[in-house]
Write a protein that binds this ligand. Structure first.
Ligand code: ATP
Ligand code: MG
Length: 410
């Protein structure tokens, strides 16, 4: 679905000037800045090359993947990013976007005050980087979210557990990704054992352990003028709190698809996001619940590279660069994406690449990351006439990439 420019929505963050690159005044292609050098930066860079856009990267000390490919890189001097070094970087760019949402919003706001165009803006980042704030905002918008309580003390959590019943799911408001910020506790003793470690990340979002029948996500892409399009909903399959597989079409009922699409459009407009916004949903006891948001290209949208008219990466760049958005419809009957999750540290996937590429119809994407237990180090997409066929191909290539490497046994 798509909506036309809506100036009132675009102006809703009134403290941040709504700016956009003025293409008719440019004499050369604008320079795109990306903060963070993970796989999303790597895949944005691939789209930037197609559009002929020069790209500068601001990489943290630990970033591994993307810095290998970029020509123009600013390296953070330490883990504590400072306004002067980020400002120095942002000044070289016409617009700056993000590989992840863990950049302190205060730093981003400081750059905005100095006239840098940061997209998504600091208000959107502030909301998305904090699960408690997200829940408050989503509830204010009248959307159905999982039953929860935002707690700041141990006793609040215990009384919530005693009221709704254990086990509980504990989510510190900041710092989580790939299920790493999600703790399941079976009883009060379990909770009290982990509480000292997670208390500094309070407030905590506390939920009952839900019966989740299915999970899915919808991506929206929205430009500064308010033009907004959504991608068809995908179904996601999680293992141990981490997304393992994504299929499209999702197979959900037309009512669910319609509801999820409308909710995503509403969130995109109300949060004034510019770029891609991912909305994660749970289907629980027949209800569609909004779990969380991410204002950036998302793991559940990687299959759009092969399966949709315009990939999420190209559309993210189009949006932040002030270009017309591309069509989001699927261009194949079905697609599947399977993540490559590494086992224990070892020599990694490189020697296994030829075997994976020998699987007909498998598109392999590797992130050039060292192997660590349960780390996403790549993904494989396949398109086919049915989801089952696509899934079988992608799984077969991933199996080859994660087979125990004989070199590691020596
Ligand atoms: N209340 C709950 N009951 C049961 N399972 C849950 C609950 N909350 C989360 N999960 C499971 O854990 C997964 C990860 O949760 P969530 O998306 O909130 O955390 P995350 O660490 O931000 O994950 P990611 O970065 O992968 O999106 C969910 O996709 C779901 O499978
Ligand atoms: Mg999630």
């Amino acid at each position: 679905m798509s909506t036309q420019p809506d100036q009132s929505a675009a102006d809703s963050n009134r403290d941040i000037p709504v700016k956009q690159i003025q293409w008719n005044k440019l004499t050369k292609a604008p320079i795109l800045g990306i903060i963070g050098g993970g796989q999303l930066a790597q895949m944005m860079y691939q789209s930037a090359i197609s559009l002929g856009i020069e790209t500068h990267l601001f990489a943290s000390v630990a970033d591994e993947a993307a810095p290998k490919y970029f020509k123009d890189i600013t390296r953070a001097s330490s883990d504590q990013w400072t306004p002067p070094e980020l400002y120095h970087f942002a000044q070289k760019c016409d617009v700056v976007t993000f590989d992840h949402e863990l950049v302190p919003p205060t730093l981003v706001r400081e750059l905005e005050k100095r006239g840098c165009l940061m997209l998504p803006n600091s208000n959107t980042l502030e909301l998305s980087a904090n699960k408690a704030n997200q829940r408050i905002r989503l509830s204010e918008l009248g959307l159905d979210v999982p039953e929860h309580q935002i707690c700041s003390t141990e006793s609040e959590v215990i009384s919530f557990g005693n009221r709704v019943g254990w086990p509980l799911v504990i989510k510190p408001s900041t710092g989580g990704y790939d299920g790493k910020g999600v703790y399941i506790v079976s009883n009060q003793e379990d909770f009290s054992r982990i509480y000292p470690d997670i208390a500094p990340l309070s407030p905590l979002v506390i939920e009952p352990f839900l019966q989740i029948d299915a999970e899915g996500s919808v991506l929206a892409v929205r430009s500064g003028s308010g033009e907004c399009k959504t991608y068809p909903m995908v179904r996601t399959i999680q293992v141990d709190g981490m997304c393992r597989e994504v299929v499209s079409p999702s197979g959900f009922s037309p009512e669910i698809l319609d509801q999820a699409d409308n909710i995503t459009l509403k969130i995109a407009q109300e949060t004034n996001v510019v770029g891609v916004l991912a909305v994660e949903f749970f289907l629980s006891n027949g209800r569609l619940l909004v779990n969380e948001l991410a204002p950036r290209p998302h793991n559940t949208g990687h299959l759009t590279i092969e399966a949709n008219v315009t990939s999420q990466f190209e559309n993210h760049l189009r949006a932040v660069l002030g270009l017309p958005l591309g069509e989001t419809a699927m261009r194949v009957p079905a697609a599947a994406m399977v993540n490559v999750i590494s086992g224990p540290p070892g020599k990694g996937t490189v020697p296994l690449l030829p075997a994976a590429l020998s699987v007909p119809g498998a598109s392999v994407h590797l992130y050039s990351k060292s192997a660590k237990k349960n780390r996403k180090i790549g993904h494989v997409t396949s398109t086919a006439n049915t989801v089952e066929e696509a899934l079988a191909t992608a799984r077969s290539a991933v199996e080859k990439l994660t087979e125990l490497n004989p070199d590691e046994l020596k």
